[in-house]
Design a binder for this molecule. Structure first.
Ligand code: PHE
Length: 453
């Protein structure tokens, strides 16, 4: 059945690149490398890859098939599967409304760094963090960069799925691959880089206790979730624009390989370069959020050609963040236009206005409202915590229950089989959705209460 009235992706490659564009984001370039360094290097990589091809695969297949089968936004999709589960669609739908504003705020920070490096002022960003704190500590500039980033995102979304999202992804994703490979090659040729590579890739279980294993597993799972843009309606939305003749199973395999490869490559830039800079002191990698905005500028400052590498690096991050925020905004737009029966342009304008208001809260959370905390979190961190650690695992858990036990996995398998001879990973899929994924979700939900991650 051709869904002619809808604006669909025009090709399988277009779909894969757009979905990979959503998946590849700040999570791959900034978060993955430091988690890998923190949780035993090669151990984390092995755990992560094993989870990606099993657990991540099953969840992504479920979401994309759900979207394509129902042809609806996330709210409509869940309701179509089972009336009583409509609430789940609503919870999933709230997540992009929470994430998009602050994601665009961070996108704005990246733009600021890109401009700083491109205008050859990268050395100003080096130091103990005065530059970063000085920047986010004022209200005006971060607001301007945030607005620019949000408007760029909306400019693509307003053009539609095929003319906007697909077109830009087909151009930006190959560029991103070229950039990352170029920077990896440069980094690996720096003297001393190989020690960093060893630290990153070789498994290191010194001091690993049962608790560390559990933490590693929970960290890898949490990262996977976020990195594959799961449990927030994005893959359901993109799935609803997918053509019936394209293979879901093969597409998901490609997206998963793309996403993981970019994360692993990003680690090959970040870990060795920080390693060289710090003279082998791995603790610098543990800097969390400040790794990207404080540590790396110092690393580039100390590097030959650092100004150029810094510019290319922040360009890479900006592109990755942009294709992710496009998918977030598109999900909001699909919800608004379906619910209120509005045209794309009007829905995009409403979504953008929402992003402006809530993004401004996050911006002000570091400046004029820096005393405001919610449950002990800064405003941006609060949004991040509640969406990633609570709502997303909860949505994924109930999705597995819905598909595994209420609607039954055949509901999804039938969609995966359209135009295909077989669903190769069917057995794996069933076991994952019915048993392993729900257990893993509970693990993610409770770990933050047991340990500080
Ligand atoms: N997957 C993106 C990343 O790795 C993050 C993201 C989360 C994108 C939510 C869109 C929505 O950074």
């Amino acid at each position: 059945m051709e869904k002619t009235q809808k604006d669909n992706f025009g090709s399988r490659l277009g779909f894969i690149l757009a979905a990979a564009g959503s998946a590849v984001g700040l999570g791959n370039i900034w978060r993955f490398p430091y988690l890998a360094a923190k949780y035993g290097g090669g151990i984390f990589l092995i755990v992560y890859i094993a989870l990606a091809v099993t657990f991540g695969f099953a969840l992504m297949v479920t979401e994309i098939a759900l979207g394509r089968k129902t042809g609806k936004s996330v709210i409509g999709a869940y309701k179509t599967v089972k009336k009583g589960f409509g609430f789940l669609g609503w919870i999933a739908a709230i997540v992009p409304f929470i994430i998009t504003p602050y994601y665009c705020v961070i996108g704005g920070w990246v733009l600021k760094y890109l401009v700083t490096f491109m205008t050859a002022k990268g050395q100003e960003a080096a130091g103990e963090g005065e530059f970063f704190k000085g920047f986010i500590g004022q209200a005006g500039q971060p607001l301007v960069f945030f607005v620019i980033f949000a408007v760029l995102t909306a400019a693509v979304v307003i053009l539609g799925v095929q003319k906007g999202i697909e077109k830009i992804s087909k151009f930006l994703m190959p560029l991103l691959v070229v950039l990352i490979i170029g920077i990896v090659i440069y980094t690996l040729t720096l003297p001393g880089a190989m020690d960093g590579v060893k630290y990153y890739l070789l498994p290191n279980i010194d001091g690993f206790t049962a608790g560390t294993w559990l933490k590693t597993l929970a960290a890898a799972m949490g990262q996977l979730f976020y990195s594959m843009s799961l449990a927030m309606g994005i893959m359901v939305t993109y799935g609803s624009y997918m053509r019936k003749e394209d293979s879901i199973e093969k597409s998901v395999r490609s997206i998963e390989i793309f996403d993981t490869a970019i994360a692993v490559l990003a680690g090959l830039i970040v870990v060795p370069s920080v390693f060289i800079f710090s003279g082998g002191n791995a603790s610098q990698l543990n800097a969390g959020p400040s790794l990207m905005f404080i540590t790396l500028p110092n690393v580039f400052d100390s590097m030959k050609g650092g100004q150029i590498i810094g510019s290319l690096f922040f360009m890479l991050v900006a592109l990755a963040a942009l294709t992710s925020s496009i998918s977030l905004l598109e999900t909001m737009v699909s919800i608004i236009s379906e619910k209120f029966k509005l045209k794309r342009a009007v829905s995009t304008a409403i979504a953008l206005a929402f992003v402006f208001v809530f993004g401004a809260f996050s911006v002000f959370g570091y400046s004029i409202w820096d005393k405001v905390t919610i449950l002990g979190y800064q405003i941006l961190d609060f949004f991040d915590f509640i969406s990633n650690n609570m709502m997303m695992p909860f949505v994924a858990f109930l999705t597995c229950i819905l598909i595994g036990f209420v609607a039954k996995t055949k509901y999804i398998e039938d969609e995966v089989l359209i135009g295909e001879e077989n669903f190769k990973a069917k057995k794996l899929y069933r076991v994952m959705v019915r048993y392993i994924c729900p257990v893993c979700m509970i693990l993610i939900l409770i770990t933050p209460f047991i340990f500080e991650l």
